[in-house]
Design a binder for this molecule. Structure first.
Ligand code: GDP
Ligand code: CA
Length: 329
């Protein structure tokens, strides 16, 4: 089975790890009758930022660290057993910005990525090399950045004189509390989907949307030329998992992001953003009455919370079963 998923950071990463776990379990239960499964993950690069001359790709890194067993689980970003000696030294020099946490181990990723990019390799090629180190190919997981072109989500702040800040500054420094007018993706007008991205959607057996942020993760990937058309055109069933439970995000500020684009913070309204290509939508039991036109909505048989790998595997399995029950269109 070829499964393609679109992913932001933590919601995407925990879901894909659960999916991998579920598939291994399924293989064991059925004696691997359905052969090896391939998972292609299309990662959001709108969060990317250049800091101290280094290219940082927060969502790709969350995927690498989580799938590779090196993530800081409680924190939800960065490396486990991290230290901050380099950043402390930068702060002693008064270097800016001081609001984005960069751990020593994490910095090694950004240094090597920047070095390889500087040598002329594409972000796809660099990401594949990083993924090798974290054992993704051995797990049957291929991680593709949505595009090789540098793109960055910026936030246009409301106010007398509109000004834009990088998404990270709004999200991390301002904690999304500064009223925003809209999101713009700098560089997207010149961007093209990275090699393999559109093909992975078109030729998939199943397409899954993890419970990633619908606006600044999934929404950004959908803006890459050709992605939305490929989702509309694929014969594979497309099934998503709600990032909201009872109208509230499980973590982060998805509700604020939705308000910014004028969309209600309900699971039904989020599914509505995908209605032109979505076949199935998995929701929390609290949202069981949700209906979305043209979309089969199903309530999970437990909380839609990825509180452990096993819980995430259950959710991923339910999403996959929903997709398989809908079949190819
Ligand atoms: P980020 O890039 O690190 O912010 O991560 P994503 O965009 O991949 O995911 C963030 C979204 O995942 C948020 O909107 C959360 O509501 C959602 N999310 C995180 N954990 C869970 C969970 O356990 N269950 C569900 N249903 N959604 C979750
Ligand atoms: Ca992100």
């Amino acid at each position: 089975m070829r499964i393609t998923a679109l992913a932001g950071g933590i919601g995407g990463a925990r879901f894909i790890r659960g999916l991998r776990h579920h598939l291994d379990q399924r293989g064991n239960d059925t004696g691997s009758a359905d052969g090896p499964h391939e998972i292609t993950v299309i990662g959001n690069t709108g969060d990317d930022i250049t800091l101290f001359g280094l290219r940082v790709c927060p969502d790709l890194d969350s995927l690498l660290y989580t799938l590779g067993g090196g993530a800081h689980e409680e924190q939800g970003w960065g490396r486990a057993e991290e230290s901050y000696r380099v950043q402390d030294e930068l702060l002693a020099y008064g270097a800016q910005p001081d609001w984005f946490r960069l751990g020593d181990l994490d910095l090694a990723t950004h240094i090597v990525r920047s070095q390889w990019l500087g040598q002329g390799h594409t972000l796809s090629a660099v990401t594949a090399r990083l993924a090798q180190r974290w054992g993704l190919p051995d797990q049957g997981i291929r991680l593709l950045p949505m595009t090789d072109h540098p793109v960055e989500t910026h936030v246009v702040l409301s106010g007398e004189e509109p000004r834009a800040v990088h998404f990270q500054e709004w999200w991390v420094r301002m904690r999304a509390a500064e009223p925003a007018e809209r999101f713009v993706v700098a560089g997207m007008d010149r961007a093209a989907a990275a090699p393999g991205v559109l093909e992975a959607i078109r030729s998939a057996d199943v397409v899954l949307l993890p419970p990633s942020n619908p606006v600044v993760s999934i929404g950004i990937i959908l803006g890459v030329p050709g992605v939305r058309d490929s989702l509309r055109g694929t014969a594979a069933p497309v099934v998503g998992v709600s990032p909201l439970i009872g109208g509230a995000p499980v973590r982060g500020h998805a509700d604020t992001c939705l308000a910014t684009i004028g969309v209600e913070a309900t699971t039904g309204a989020v599914a509505g953003l995908y209605a032109d290509f979505l076949d199935g939508w998995l929701v929390d039991p609290a949202d069981a009455t949700t209906t979305v036109r043209g979309v089969r909505t199903a309530a999970h048989d437990g909380p839609l919370l990825m509180t452990s790998v096993a819980a995430a595997a259950d959710i991923a399995g339910a999403a996959l079963d929903l997709a398989l029950s809908l079949g190819r269109s």
